[in-house]
Design a protein around this ligand. Structure first.
Ligand code: FAD
Length: 509
């Protein structure tokens, strides 16, 4: 009897732990497109299209490599609609002696895998996902007995473990972190590299048709779908980034420009998260660019930190904090997200840009996610669980393990400060400094009150005032509170009235 190896939609890697030691002649690989996964939130159409197309291409690559693949399509009339239902059908078809599977990326699916052994009465070997640099045991070992779980210290551990940018025991250049050099505003002269596009082949065109017909009521657009859908294409995107994006990645990491969602970013997260690219290999490529003198240390360290620091850290944290993290609501925020999050129709230019790009491409870069859409949501007191669902459905790279800590923790401060040492909130001034958005906005970023005042301004001060008891003792917020307290009484009143009027307007819809 064969071994059955189910391969989940974000396990599209040739070097998966479940495949280790498997004999292609005595193994059936099972790949499943199921309604449960396309429907647990209303995913952006392009996100579904990307994942299904990448799965179908990966199945072809596996077959070419000599594997036997049993592939169940979404519109297969007998499709059971869930991983467990499909594994049950496959057990019936193949009568396997055992199941081997790489650990799922999230609590919901992990629970399904756990149930299979009892359900099917055959051994189920659930193996750790070795595509991550840190094992969960390593993260737990680091986390235990620590009062604060700050990314920076975990990152240093990962630098030592991988040897990336290390000179013996010392960090390259003498400092661990060059983030202070990575805050240049939007450039006036430098022009970002032209994004690479990948024309849909027949497999992708079929998937686009399927998604257009079946997920018509999901947000987002499929027009101009140009994502890579194979490991080879993703590799091309990686090479283009190393050559053209990385040299200025650090400088303009936090910058925002009208009409640009890529800038000097890599747009590789969809491929890393679904398995087409290996995170450590990308870091080695980036390190090579530094060693060859093609990219500066602040850029390369910044890039590597995002991956072996932030990415590994949020993953460790996701499993560490447990499945009820999704219910955290430290600021007791309950407002509904405004409808324009799903249409992009707002006269705040920064929001229209970030939302419009997101609906068009299912991608936005980090600062748009954190300091525009995320900032607005926390300032209006949006319900963090709903904010979480929005991010999970709208971004092509969104899987719960990475999205949830970023949204509930970093962006909405709903965990009370496990991830972030202060809430990421700002007035319009920050957006104005880092972007070219405000110049062509209907609102005036310099005004706090009145018809034309940028809404971020009053909302920001009102947020500080609303949460004064929580945050006035936070040293990283001290300057903000000093400025607030320095404002004349009547100005403070006017600002709060402005915010109140604005929020009432939102509630009226
Ligand atoms: P680059 O700017 O080129 O960064 C390089 C790589 O670093 C990324 O490809 C990504 O793999 C990694 N990375 C950078 N920042 C983070 C981070 N904070 N956490 C984890 N990995 C990181 N990233 C996701 O992959 N999926 C998500 O669902 C997601 N949701 C987010 C929600 C919010 C509110 C915020 C603030 C951030 C979120 N991020 C998420 C992190 C980050 O915004 C994206 O990884 C990044 O924008 C992807 O584009 P890129 O590949 O061009 O990134």
């Amino acid at each position: 009897a064969p071994t059955l190896i189910p391969i989940l939609g974000d396990q599209l890697s040739m070097n998966l732990s479940s495949l280790e030691g498997a004999d292609p002649k005595r193994t059936v690989l099972l790949m499943m497109e199921v309604d449960d996964e396309t429907g647990y939130v209303r995913h952006h159409k392009a996100k579904i299209a990307y994942i299904l197309s990448a799965m179908r291409h990966h199945a072809e690559a596996l077959k070419k490599a000599g594997w036997r693949v049993d592939y169940v399509k979404l519109d297969d009339p007998d499709n059971a609609g869930s991983f467990t239902g499909e594994v049950a059908r496959a057990v019936g078809r193949h009568d396997p002696e055992r199941i081997v599977v790489t650990q799922a990326g999230e609590w919901r699916v992990a629970a399904m895998l756990e149930a299979w052994e009892t359900m099917f009465g055959i051994p189920v070997d659930i193996r750790p996902d070795t595509r991550f640099i840190a094992s969960q045991a390593e993260f737990e070992d680091w986390a235990k007995d620590r009062k604060e779980l700050r990314m920076e210290f975990f990152y240093r551990l990962m630098r030592r473990k991988t040897g990336l940018l290390m000179k013996g025991d010392k960090p390259e250049g003498g400092k661990w972190n060059y983030d202070a050099d990575n805050r240049k505003p939007a450039p006036k002269k430098d022009v970002p590299p032209e994004p690479l596009t990948f024309a849909p082949d027949t497999i992708t065109r079929d998937v686009l048709k399927l998604v257009a017909a079946r997920f018509d009521n999901h947000p987002g657009s499929l027009d101009g779908f140009a994502y890579a859908t194979t490991a080879e294409e993703a590799q091309k995107q990686a090479e283009a980034f190393m050559a053209h994006g990385l040299p200025k990645f650090g400088d303009y990491q936090d910058a925002m420009l009208t009409g640009q969602h890529q800038l000097w970013h890599s747009v590789l997260s969809p491929y890393i998260n679904s398995g087409l690219l290996d995170p450590l290999e990308l870091c080695r490529m980036a390190e090579g660019e530094y060693e060859d003198g093609n990219a500066s240390l602040n850029s390369v360290e910044g890039y590597i930190r995002q991956i072996i620091g932030w990415r590994e850290y949020v993953r460790g944290l996701y499993w560490h904090v447990g499945p009820d993290y999704v219910d955290r609501n430290f600021l007791r925020a309950h407002r509904k997200l405004p409808g324009f999050y799903w249409t992009g129709e707002t006269d705040m230019h920064c929001m229209a840009q970030a939302l419009g790009q997101t609906l068009d491409t299912a991608h936005a870069h980090h600062i748009q996610r954190l300091m525009v859409t995320g900032n607005y949501a926390i300032l209006i007191g949006a319900d963090p669980a709903e904010v979480h669902r929005w991010y999970l459905e709208i971004y092509i790279d969104a899987y719960e393990w990475v999205e949830l800590p970023n949204v509930v923790g970093m962006s909405q401060f709903a965990d009370g400060g496990i991830i972030a040492s202060k809430p990421y909130v700002s007035s319009g001034a920050y957006i104005n400094r880092m972007s070219d958005y405000c110049g062509s906005c209907r609102y005036d970023v310099k005004q706090r009150v009145g018809e034309d005042a940028c809404p971020f301004n009053a909302l920001y001060w009102d947020f500080l005032a609303r949460h004064e008891e929580r945050f006035e003792g936070n040293v990283r917020m001290a300057m903000a509170y000093r400025n607030w307290n320095r404002m004349a009484d009547e100005d403070r009143k006017a600002v709060r009235a402005q915010a109140e009027g604005y929020l009432k307007g939102l509630d009226r819809g």
